[in-house]
Design a binder for this molecule. Structure first.
Ligand code: KIV
Ligand code: NA
Length: 265
């Protein structure tokens, strides 16, 4: 079986098919999702909060994203792997973006990269696409700009809605093969999805986008703490893992592990 490509993703929109995307930050988790048939995995810089223990995505480095992306590529054989360009790895301009994206493609083996920003990032997207690197754009709430925008719903009100539409068209015109819409009103995400010919990937953007993405540690209940309204928890790994760790600790302290069957002579 060959890997899914960006062309398969584009074709899915033409056929009106919806598809799921999950984040992944390590080989083993990625292999589970690959075997489950998840067609696209994002090595998101949400790894900052969800894997590396930072307070936001802002401190994540290109070295870290390269290492995590390489692990996810190694753990999968079917999914299209998209690597996030972290804050500070593309803002200086198109050549800066190309240098950073090239590392994710050559050293980690990703099939596409993602970067944040609509109109403000269109020159970066253009050069990457010209150079043969497929780009997933990301507009609406862009967490790398948390210090400027906070974590608030984007695109509310006529002026903000018009800006979001301009951003969506800008990334499509620049050659992006898909665009993430994060935390925007469902009606606006639906309009963007109708207007664009490239697929929209929603997170907190209602039911009408072409695809849906969730952060895997949120989706599986590992993250802990209060979840945003748009997250659906499909499992509670935090309690599964915590209970298992407690049971192991009790066995060791109480002398009931290991048993004879766990021992060699
Ligand atoms: O880093 C990430 O996980 C993301 C998704 C939420 C789209 O950018
Ligand atoms: Na991200």
């Amino acid at each position: 079986t060959r890997r899914i490509t960006v062309r398969d993703i584009t074709a899915a929109k033409d056929r009106g098919e919806k598809w799921p995307m999950l984040t992944a930050y390590d080989a083993m988790t990625a292999s589970v999702f690959d075997e489950a048939g998840i067609p696209v995995m994002l090595v998101g810089d949400s790894a900052g909060n969800c894997h590396l223990g930072y307070e936001s995505t802002v401190p994540v480095t290109l070295d870290e994203m390269t290492m995590l992306s390489a692990a996810v590529v190694r753990g999968t054989s079917r999914a299209l792997i998209v690597g996030d360009l972290p804050f500070g790895s593309y803002q200086e301009g198109p050549v800066h973006a190309l240098r950073s994206a090239t590392r994710l493609v050559k050293e980690a083996g990703v099939g596409a990269v993602k970067l944040e920003g609509g109109e403000r990032s269109h020159r970066q997207i253009e050069l990457l696409v010209e150079s043969g690197i497929p780009v997933m754009a990301h507009i609406g709430l862009t967490p790398q700009s948390v210090n400027a925008m906070g974590y608030r719903v984007q695109g509310r009100g006529e002026e903000a809605a018009q800006q979001l539409l301009r951003d969506a068209k800008a990334v499509q015109d620049a050659g992006a093969f898909a665009v993430v819409l994060e935390l925007v009103p469902a009606e606006l995400a639906a309009e963007v999805t109708r207007v664009l010919h490239i697929p929209t990937v929603g997170i907190g953007a209602g039911a009408e986008t072409d695809a849906q993405v969730l952060v895997w540690t949120d989706m599986l209940g590992l993250t802990g703490g209060k979840m945003p309204r748009f997250v659906k928890q499909y499992a509670n790994l935090r309690s599964v893992m915590g209970d298992a760790a407690k049971a192991f600790a009790e066995d060791v302290v109480g002398g009931t592990f290991p048993q004879e069957e766990h021992s060699v002579h």
